[in-house]
Design a protein around this ligand. Sequence first.
Ligand SMILES: [Zn+2]
Length: 144
Amino acid sequence: MTETAFTDPFWEALADGRFVVPHCEECDEYFFLPAPSCPHCYSRSVEWDDSSGRGSLYSFTRQHATAEGFPDELVVGLVTLEEGPRVLAEFDARYEELAIGDPVVIESRAYPHQYDRDRRADEPFFVARLRNGDSRSDSDKGRQ
Ligand SMILES: [Zn+2]
């Protein structure tokens, strides 16, 4: 995703541990990739809304010929967010662990990968992972 003044709030939210998606104030649709005009109705009344990051796994694959600095086996997938749009993300999971339809979540993550991200080089990107115990929040996990 290209860095522009429009996408600054996206990167700033990630640095703040939040995942935001564009929302059209005209037709009430969410979409991704971010764009300053709505792909559904072409309105330019677009705002950034907090996303839960929660969704389901639509499709996934693994890549063995990866860019320098990335793991030898890179697992990537399409996440259908609860808000509607699909987001392509690297997965913090083994390929064998995943199944289409799995509950997953996208979250802010600082990557160890060394690759050129210009002025965002030291800031978090995002990653997807399986949601374990669906309805429980992370703070509830320690209580069992
Ligand atoms: Zn719209």
